[in-house]
Write a protein that binds this ligand. Structure first.
Ligand SMILES: Nc1ncnc2c1ncn2[C@@H]1O[C@H](COP(=O)(O)OP(=O)(O)O)[C@@H](O)[C@H]1O
Ligand SMILES: [Mg+2]
Length: 312
């Protein structure tokens, strides 16, 4: 669990605080995505959590313990940190990069080696192929996977990720998001993720926190924020397609099943309401068949979406 109370950062000489009086809790095993325009204080907030930036005021507790009272080794054991690109040491091979924290923690060589292989496999990289490569011998997507593996190496309960997929092409990015989502669920990490991409935020964040000028505008479960933005700024930032983003968060199982058969190909296993809507629109049908039999209807889908959007 991460608990942030009254957190403020005022840089010397600045006329306003970059982060101002923020209260935010990420419960154990959940992820919170921080979004907001460039300069809204996302990175500063994140870097205060792992003490790369000294707060001007406020407290941060990690697993109930005051982060400022912990020594550096204890903090590193608890917090993994993933940033865009620049995170890896260029002259070290992948194995050495991943071994950084385990080495700091004083693990023996056999244990470190086993852990390096384990976390490489977790992020989908074959240790035999990748352990001895240098960062420049990897694709952008592979480098980010190594960054995630490195953050996981010491098995920290908390992960901080700052635009982790920012430099990766869209196809790789979607794949990485999916795999990281699966990993985070499986490992039950508590995560703060900074991104400027609303779709990424609602996909990876159980909750979303929206910042503007250092202030917290709204903090809510992803589906709730998309349905009910706190104000005009939030609605504009979330975008005109927020209703579609929201539909992508729900499986077709959210709708009642009708026994009547429906024409056309069955929806894929794991299809979302957005997939179902796309199929109905492209096929010109008002129903869609489910993989296990039965069908769902456009009327139910619109009622579900309309209810969530809080229409009168
Ligand atoms: N080291 C620093 N010294 C002075 N001002 C800084 C420093 N780092 C960030 N800032 C300022 O703090 C504000 C928030 O920056 P940042 O947290 O990087 O925003 P974001 O990550 O949301 O784009 C910006 O106005 C930025 O100029
Ligand atoms: Mg930033």
């Amino acid at each position: 669990m991460i608990e942030i109370e009254g957190l403020t950062k005022r840089w010397p000489g600045a006329d306003r605080a970059s982060v101002e009086d923020i209260f935010l809790t990420a419960p154990e095993g959940t992820s919170c995505a921080l979004i907001g325009p460039s300069g809204s204080g996302k990175t500063t907030l994140l870097r205060m959590v792992n003490r790369l930036v000294e707060p001007s005021a406020g407290t941060i507790r990690i697993g109930g313990e005051d982060a400022r009272a912990m020594d550096a080794t204890a903090l590193r054991r608890r917090i993994g940190y993933v940033i865009q690109e620049v995170g890896l040491f260029p002259h070290w091979d992948v194995a050495a990069n991943i071994a950084t924290v385990p080495t700091l923690l004083g693990w023996n060589r056999a244990r470190i080696r086993a852990r390096v292989e384990e976390v490489l496999a977790m992020v989908g990289l074959d240790p035999a192929r990748f352990a001895a490569r240098r960062p420049h011998e990897l694709s952008g997507g592979e480098r980010q996977r190594v960054g995630v593996a490195r953050a996981l190496a010491g098995d920290p309960p908390v992960l901080l990720m700052d635009e982790p997929f920012g430099a990766v092409d869209p196809v790789q990015r979607a794949k990485l998001q999916e795999e990281v989502l699966r990993l985070l669920r499986q490992l039950r990490k508590t995560v703060l993720l900074v991104t400027h991409d609303v779709a990424e935020a609602v996909r990876l964040g159980d909750a979303v926190a929206l910042l503007r000028d250092g202030r917290l505008i709204q903090h809510a479960p992803a589906a709730d924020m998309l349905a009910h933005p706190a104000d005009a700024f939030a609605a504009e930032f979330l975008g005109a397609d927020r209703m579609l983003l929201r539909l992508a968060l729900f499986p077709v199982a959210a709708l009642p099943v009708h026994a009547e058969p429906s024409p056309g190909p069955a929806l894929a296993e794991g299809a979302t309401l957005r997939d179902a809507l796309a199929q109905m629109l492209s096929g010109g049908t008002t129903t869609a068949p489910l993989p296990g039999g039965g069908s769902i209807t456009l009327a139910d889908l619109l009622a579900f979406a309309g209810g969530g959007m809080g229409r009168a």
